[in-house]
Write a protein that binds this ligand. Structure first.
Ligand SMILES: [Zn+2]
Length: 400
């Protein structure tokens, strides 16, 4: 062959490769493993953030490729975050925690000891005008202490725990002064000191109060308006955690089930839901249940929920007797657990829907930056069991 024609073929093959390679990449079907990797790569999928939106776009496209249509269930909720709050007294900085619903604020003011527990009478014996009040926990609600302090003219309030442990409190309603909680260990000496000396303090309550918009992704075949089975998992994660096990694992299992059931009669009986806002208090599943059509939930025979199914060999199932029995029929090695109700099946269960909750137990990387890998074999195994449960349930329902 002449040199020029060798060159021609070389360029032709190279050109063909360059044109085809990107297409070959997209033709490789996604698996539970690549789904988890894709979700993790977006970063923490905190509800209301761009990473959450990227995850949503990915999941919608995957469901579409599996042959399903998707609807978005939009909902909103208030969210309170402490971004790091401190109290500084005489050059010593003490870490503490803003009480939930506290106002934000940076104050430099006298620190005034309040005798008693912060009833209105307790404030009559001291002058707290323009001051930060410090008081013990107990006897009356945090909110009352805060309102009494504000009414008496205090610009901030420190509440000291009655035990040595940190104080994690909720006011239950918004107040217009910063309210900061201290452990008994750190707060008790400060209370003593403030009762005998005049002190100045810098209180930095760094909090954010916002309204979050969440979106549930609901996938089903176009003609399925009323499913018999709902398969669900939350796709959101906590801040700073990539959420591979909690809960890209469950999200990928539900997507995998959608792929496996596609082109089977069972796909005409099922809805697949990726819930948002679970980490902020089961917000997505609660919104789903609260906005369901009146007949929708009573006609649902089963809700299967998957949360943290990518780490630990042992698979646990909790929930309704009939469904946990089907899971053990599918795999006798599955252990039953008491249902603690702290995942998205809970609102369904409360509404009378039979539920099964699939879970693989404690993860050392739970809610931490280390939650970035899962074992794809465990996801496959979970999907396998769930697929059997779906089949058993639908068979038993059609042949009672
Ligand atoms: Zn979870």
């Amino acid at each position: 062959m002449k040199l020029s024609s060798i060159r021609f073929w070389w360029w032709a093959i190279l050109g063909l490769l360059l044109v085809c390679l990107p297409t070959l990449g997209t033709l490789t079907p996604n698996t539970v493993e690549s789904d988890v990797a894709a979700l993790v790569a977006f970063g923490p999928r905190v509800a209301g953030t761009p990473a959450s939106e990227q995850a949503r776009t990915y999941l919608i496209e995957e469901y579409r490729q599996a042959g399903y249509m998707t609807e978005l269930g939009r909902f909103t909720y208030p969210k309170f975050e402490d971004l790091g709050s401190t109290l500084r007294v005489e050059d010593v900085t003490i870490e503490g925690r803003a009480l939930e619903s506290s106002a934000a604020g940076q104050l430099s003011a006298p620190l005034v000891f309040i005798p008693g527990v912060g009833r209105p009478d307790d404030f009559t014996t001291v002058d707290v005008t323009g001051a930060i009040a410090i008081v013990r926990r107990g006897e009356i609600p945090f909110l009352e202490k805060a309102k009494n302090a504000a009414t008496a003219g205090a610009v901030g309030l420190v509440i000291v725990n009655t035990s040595p442990k940190p104080l994690f409190g909720m006011l239950g309603d918004e107040v217009n002064i910063p309210v900061f909680g201290l452990s008994g260990e750190q707060g008790e000496p400060l209370l003593q000191k403030a009762s005998t000396e005049s002190l100045r303090a810098n209180l930095n309550v760094n909090v954010r109060r916002q309204t979050v918009t969440g979106y549930n992704i609901i996938a089903h075949l176009p003609d399925v308006k009323q499913p018999k089975i709902l398969l669900g998992a939350h796709y959101d994660s906590v801040p700073k955690s990539p959420g591979a096990n909690d809960n890209a694992s469950g999200t990928a299992v539900v997507l995998e089930l959608a792929r496996r059931l596609a082109n089977t009669p069972q796909s005409h009986q099922a809805w697949f839901v990726a819930f948002d806002g679970e980490e902020d208090g089961l917000r997505g599943s609660k919104a789903f249940v609260n906005t369901a059509e009146p007949q929708f939930l009573p006609k649902l025979q089963a809700m299967l929920n998957f949360d943290m199914v990518g780490v630990n060999d042992q698979l646990f199932v909790g929930g309704s007797e009939s469904l946990t029995a089907l899971a053990q029929k599918a795999d006798p090695k599955i252990s039953k657990i008491r249902d603690t109700g702290n995942s998205d099946h809970q609102p369904f269960s409360a509404a009378g829907v039979p539920v099964a909750f699939f879970y693989r137990g404690q993860d050392p990387n739970y809610h931490s930056p280390g939650d970035k890998v899962v074992d794809p074999k465990l996801l496959e195994a979970t999907a396998q069991v769930a697929q059997s449960v779906v089949r058993y349930q639908l068979e038993s329902a059609s042949n009672p």
